[in-house]
Unconditional design. Structure first.
Length: 217
């Protein structure tokens, strides 16, 4: 899977290392670099990258979370993958609320980072499971689950099937193969699911579905 990447980090050495790492990966191309949130939004609008690899802390001005939200509004075709030192679950929740499709820690290996980029390019989420579980546990459980179940009840059985596959990280093509329907039909189902649940994108729909699943035995 090929993709064009915009790197956003306020440290020149970090950007240089990320650029070298990603340009070595087959099919990935760094098309721009930004050192601030404002510059990130401007370049995203100008370049329309497939992925914006974004740090959360960017010094003075707009931080990475605000920039991610602005990019998702201004350039909806661009997905945002947060790359940060912060492993606190509240940051994960904030990143998802801002529209990020993935969250990777800066101590990840080069292979792990490239794998996360490719996951996001494929339309899948890239979230460390431990951090996701901690983030989901932060909100008051009973009211949150009741609200989620109420929203899920709006879905048809087929839409729920598609959502379950989305929550498992499958792409539209993979879901189409699993359910023996066309990718276009899957895309239409996903769009209806997002609208009925009142979420911003498939990542937030997947998080909602994951919250309502019973714990593994």
């Amino acid at each position: 899977m090929s993709g064009r990447v915009l790197i956003v980090d306020d440290h020149p050495l970090a950007r240089e290392g990320l650029r070298a790492m990603l340009n070595r990966a087959d099919g990935l191309e760094v098309v721009g670099e930004a050192s601030s949130g404002e510059e990130a939004v401007s370049l995203a609008v100008a370049l329309t990258p497939d992925i914006v690899l974004m740090d959360i802390r960017l010094g003075a001005g707009m931080d990475g979370l605000a920039a991610a939200a602005a990019i998702r509004t201004e350039v909806p075709a661009s997905r945002v993958l947060m790359l940060t030192l912060h492993d606190a679950p509240e940051y994960v929740r904030a990143a998802l609320a801002a529209g990020a499709t993935g969250y990777v820690l800066k101590d990840a290996s080069a292979d792990e980072l490239v794998a996360a980029v490719r996951q996001v390019l494929e339309g899948r989420t890239a979230l460390p499971l431990a951090l996701l579980n901690q983030a989901l546990a932060m909100a008051p459980a009973s009211r949150r689950i009741e609200d989620d179940i109420s929203r899920l009840d709006r879905l048809t059985p087929r839409e729920r099937q598609v959502l379950d596959q989305v929550a498992d990280g499958l792409t539209n093509k993979a879901i189409a193969r699993q359910l023996d329907i066309s990718p276009g039909t899957v895309k239409a189902h996903v769009e209806r699911v997002i609208a009925k649940l009142g979420v911003a994108d498939r990542t937030q729909a997947a998080v909602l579905a994951t919250r309502t699943r019973p714990p593994a035995p």
